[in-house]
Design a protein around this ligand. Structure first.
Ligand code: M5T
Length: 650
């Protein structure tokens, strides 16, 4: 089967993962799918003996988990999701089904059984499509399972005990987690690794592909003679494979049998494919386009939640209900609850038992005072960029070229415009740039081995995010951050407590007019692209004049690459294209940044006397170049350069 980009087919559907397993949530969220997590309350107590095979048991349990959630949401919460996904992982060895151990002793007996032998891990999955008509819930179940064979090494008693004491076995089928410490126990695994972890992602995508991209039929004629069956004529396969009386528990909870149409989605897909061929009927549903049309709403919901500091409120890990959150804002519950649910759909919040908590992503980046916070960046976009982009049409009609006045500030970099800005605006911009700089600082600092430098000067170094990363990586390095006084007056609140402070000093000054501090290594990060060639030459010649023989210049910037990266994967090429588009759009509302290719940057460095220019990347947006000033009489020792891509100049 050819896999298709099927996850996007679900993007406008309300998808619910009926599972409390953090692993399942993580595996699914890595696909970019937006879903809500509603753990199932189905008691995993089906009669194992009543199933012909262990996997039939896992599949039925998965189905019952999903149906319980679908029914509960429909009946109690009066909400009907489009799709509910349930899963159940079991380990089987010698005809025994092992689930999660109830205590350490149970874990010990499970692991002892698995010791030195091969076992199977089955994950049963149920995809339940739901709809509500006349107040009744209708469901169609697609179910499948995946098997992976796992072999454990011979494990010592001591290792088993230590492993059990680590606490890892507690919530894992068979008492081990292959993805973590339990990986030590595993000699080999045949089949899908993620299936062992708890969710067979590849099979899931194949099943969705089968559902959403049905094979085209032979021709229009067949369509006339072989009409698609009506929904209710399909057998309810899931009921036919029922697992004893317990199997009916969730349907009963719904006040009747949940109806299943079996393959409604396939039928609809086939209908869609047929109408494409004949030209009759509506065109295919333009999901990608609708997503584009709606895209701004998602951004604005994120901005609003950040502005209201929703993620800060939830940072203490105590989940809060919508009414509690609303009362903190002094706002009515209704609107706040809706915003919170949108955040759940966007993967920013989790909702369990009607209470909300931050997802890992939000805890890491949307709480305002965490190390890698992007809260400042979000606020900057909310307070400034959003307004600018509402004038995009005007900017486009004014057009680029001589005399073009963009809508944004005269220049984006603080060194150019901070004097004109109010203190609050400067601080806002610093918060935004600090968040981004922190994200890439370590990658930049380690792009090359800089341990042979003892002093560095970061020109236009703002809050010192990169300076701190350099100091952390190179304990011998003394770093000067050189930036305008208006910028430096705000930097105190960005300094991490007690770390490397003695290695870093902040010096006010203007790198165009004042003499540059002494250093072995000068650093310019995202500066040159803010300036046209004449200013760039002026700055580079000042640096070159101050740089001692044997000293270096580390240049970090975005690089213009019309062709896209060489040997790029499809993903990388798409990312590069998206970055390019974003830059082009930014250029319409702000003065366009000077776009230079890697070769141009390399030539610039060489022209100003830097040799042995090497380059590498830091993340997918930044390039890092390092050039050195030759020692007297060209006796420059070859330095050990540690970069992922070395491109030495001839
Ligand atoms: C073999 C293995 C299992 N697991 C976890 O074991 C739980 C199985 O239990 P379940 O009953 O299927 O799921 P649950 O955790 O109770 O969640 P729910 O879906 O709500 O029933 C799931 O978590 C899996 O990840 C791992 O994390 N790593 C492994 O190597």
């Amino acid at each position: 089967m050819v896999l298709c980009p099927v996850i996007r087919k679900l993007q406008h559907q309300w998808v619910v993962l009926a599972s409390a397993s953090p692993r399942r949530r993580e595996i699914l969220s890595q696909t970019g799918l937006r879903f809500e997590v509603v753990p199932s309350r189905f008691k995993e107590n089906l009669q194992k003996a009543s199933f012909p095979t262990p996997h039939a048991y896992a599949v039925e349990t998965a189905k019952q988990k999903a149906l319980e959630v679908a029914c509960r949401m429909h009946q109690k919460d009066l909400r009907t999701p489009d799709i509910v996904i349930g899963a159940d992982t079991i380990v089987t060895v010698g005809g025994l089904i092992l689930e999660k151990p109830v205590d350490k002793q149970d874990a010990y007996s499970m692991l002892s059984r698995l010791n030195g032998t091969e076992h199977s891990v089955f994950t049963g999955v149920a995809i339940v499509h739901c709809c509500s008509t006349d107040g009744r819930l209708h469901t169609e179940v697609t179910e499948f399972y995946e098997e992976t064979r796992v072999r454990f090494s011979e494990l010592s008693e001591e290792l088993l005990r230590e492993y059990i004491d680590s606490g890892e076995p507690t919530d894992k089928a068979g008492g081990y987690g292959i993805q973590a410490l339990g990986g030590m126990l595993v000699e080999s695994a045949h089949g899908d690794f993620l299936n062992v972890v708890g969710f067979p992602l590849n099979r899931f995508c194949r099943e969705l592909t089968r559902l959403y991209y049905p094979p085209p039929r032979e021709g229009p004629q067949q369509l006339t003679h072989d009409p698609l069956p009506a929904l209710d004529t399909r057998d309810n396969l899931s009921d036919a494979e029922g697992g004893g009386s317990d199997a009916a528990q969730s349907q009963e909870a719904c006040g009747g049998r949940a109806e299943a149409g079996g393959e409604r989605t396939q039928a609809e897909g086939a209908q869609e494919a047929a109408s494409n061929r004949t030209g009759d009927g509506p065109p295919p549903f333009p999901i990608g386009l609708l997503e584009l049309i709606d895209g701004f709403k998602a951004s604005k919901a994120l901005f609003t939640a950040c502005k209201l500091k929703v993620f800060d409120l939830l940072k203490d890990e105590t989940p809060l209900r919508a009414s509690e959150i609303a009362s903190r804002f002094g706002a009515p519950r209704g609107g706040v609850a809706q915003l919170l649910d949108v955040c759940v759909a966007l993967g920013l919040l989790e909702k369990t038992r009607r209470a909300y908590s931050n997802t890992d992503l939000a805890s890491r980046h949307l709480v305002s005072d965490v190390e890698y916070s992007l809260h400042g960046l979000v606020m900057h976009h909310n307070d400034h960029t959003w307004n600018l982009f509402s004038h995009l049409e005007r900017a486009i009609l004014a057009g680029p070229g001589p005399g073009h006045t963009s809508l944004g500030d005269k220049a984006t970099h603080l060194s150019q415009n901070s004097r004109d800005q109010s203190k609050e605006a400067t601080l806002g911009l610093l918060r935004a740039t600090h968040g981004l700089a922190k994200l890439t600082a370590r990658q930049v600092a380690t792009a090359f081995d800089l341990s042979w430098f003892t002093s560095a000067c970061h020109l236009g170094g703002c809050t010192g995010a990169l300076a701190h990363a350099l100091a952390r990586e190179y304990p011998r390095l003394q770093v000067t951050v050189f930036d305008l006084p208006e910028v430096l007056e705000h930097v105190a609140c960005f300094q991490p407590e007690g770390r490397q402070t003695e290695q870093i000093r902040f010096l006010p000054g203007d790198f165009f007019t004042e003499s540059l501090p002494d250093a072995d290594l000068y650093v310019l990060s995202r500066i040159l692209s803010d300036w046209e060639d004449d200013k760039v030459h002026e700055l580079l010649s000042r640096i070159s004049g101050s740089c001692k023989p044997g000293g270096g210049l580390l240049l970090v910037d975005t690089v213009w690459d019309e062709e896209g990266p060489e040997n790029a994967t499809v993903d990388e090429a798409r990312r590069a294209a998206r970055n390019g588009l974003r830059r082009a759009l930014d250029g319409l509302v702000w003065p366009p940044r000077a776009q230079r290719s890697l070769a141009e940057y390399r030539r610039l460095l060489q022209r100003h006397g830097f040799r042995d220019v090497a380059e590498t990347r830091a993340g997918d947006q930044l390039h890092v170049l390092l050039g050195t000033r030759p020692s007297p009489r060209e006796a420059v020792p070859t330095r050990p350069l540690r970069g992922r891509l070395h491109c030495r100049d001839a």
